[in-house]
Design a protein around this ligand. Structure first.
Ligand code: SF4
Length: 278
């Protein structure tokens, strides 16, 4: 009998489900692209730049084994972004040397089974051993949002505890590494490089002090919530919206595609103001 392929639950799928639940993502798109992988997702410009940066730092290839392309101008010269990525990758290498990090592995996919149907999956940018010989995960970011206090994916260390979409990564990775390597609460570092200039970068340690409580929430609430949709994918309903559909890889074959924007009602007079002044 043909065995059913296990589905993977990753931190990016958890975030997609949250976006779907808050109305910011379409259920059909989540199902076809993020869960069943029936079509590749479209890489945005910042994503491509991030992939190129990571390649410069660690030699990480794309999932299909190809080398990420250097962004170029129409004349075929590196763009300003590409030049900044190059400079910041030199900062990465200098940082690794300064802190005495020994790179053990990079771009490593780890999956652990949670039941007969599902795996948990993480992709480690870098696994390092520090000067004391302690193993840690190191994740590399190349972002225009370093020190951004207001964006819900802004990299401001004082607000990290409020950023659910960011902090799910260390939570998930620590859980998977505990299952895979039997090391609870393994250190997780971020190396966050600004894509706006050649100089700014920060190194964070994403510490989890109340580890047992956080892991219980992941295992008893967050993962079961994702499994609910995987067990019954009819819960993932279409949410067509013009802009979302126009950038969706499924738009040519999707029966729900929104081909025109909806009419937005705007108000020339403030009704509340009118009633107060009459
Ligand atoms: S085209 Fe629109 S409705 Fe169809 S899957 Fe994509 S986002 Fe959803």
């Amino acid at each position: 009998m043909e065995s059913k392929q296990k589905l993977n639950i990753s931190q990016s799928l958890i975030k997609k489900i949250w976006e779907y639940e808050s109305g910011k993502e379409c259920g059909i798109k989540v199902k076809e692209i993020d869960i069943l992988k029936n079509k590749p997702s479209i890489s945005t410009k910042p994503m491509k730049l991030g992939q190129y940066f990571e390649y410069l730092c660690t030699g990480a290839l794309l999932r299909d084994g190809s080398i990420p392309e250097m962004p170029t101008t129409n004349a075929g010269k590196p763009t300003a972004d590409a030049l900044r990525a190059k400079k910041q990758s030199e900062n990465f290498k200098s940082m690794v040397e300064h802190y005495g990090f020994d790179i053990i592995d990079s771009n490593k996919v780890i999956t652990v089974p949670i039941d007969d149907n599902y795996n948990l999956k993480v992709v480690l940018d870098v696994l390092i051993s520090n000067q004391d010989g302690k193993i840690a995960m190191l994740d590399i970011k190349f972002t225009g949002l370093l020190d951004d206090k207001w964006n819900d994916i802004g990299w401001d260390s004082s607000r990290f505890y409020q950023r659910d979409k960011l902090k799910i990564q260390p939570i998930m990775y620590k859980h998977v590494m505990e299952k895979a390597e039997d090391v609870p609460n393994m250190d997780f570092l971020y190396a966050i490089f600004s894509s706006k200039n050649d100089t700014d970068y920060q190194i964070w340690e994403a510490a989890i002090d109340n580890y047992d409580v956080v892991m219980r929430e992941l295992k008893e609430e967050i993962i079961p919530n994702v499994k609910k949709y995987l067990d019954d994918m009819s819960l993932l309903e279409p949410k067509p919206e013009y802009k979302r559909c126009m950038y969706c890889p499924l738009k040519d074959e999707c029966a729900y595609v929104a081909k025109h924007p909806e009419i937005i009602k705007t108000h020339i007079y403030d009704v509340k103001y009118e009633s107060e002044s009459s």
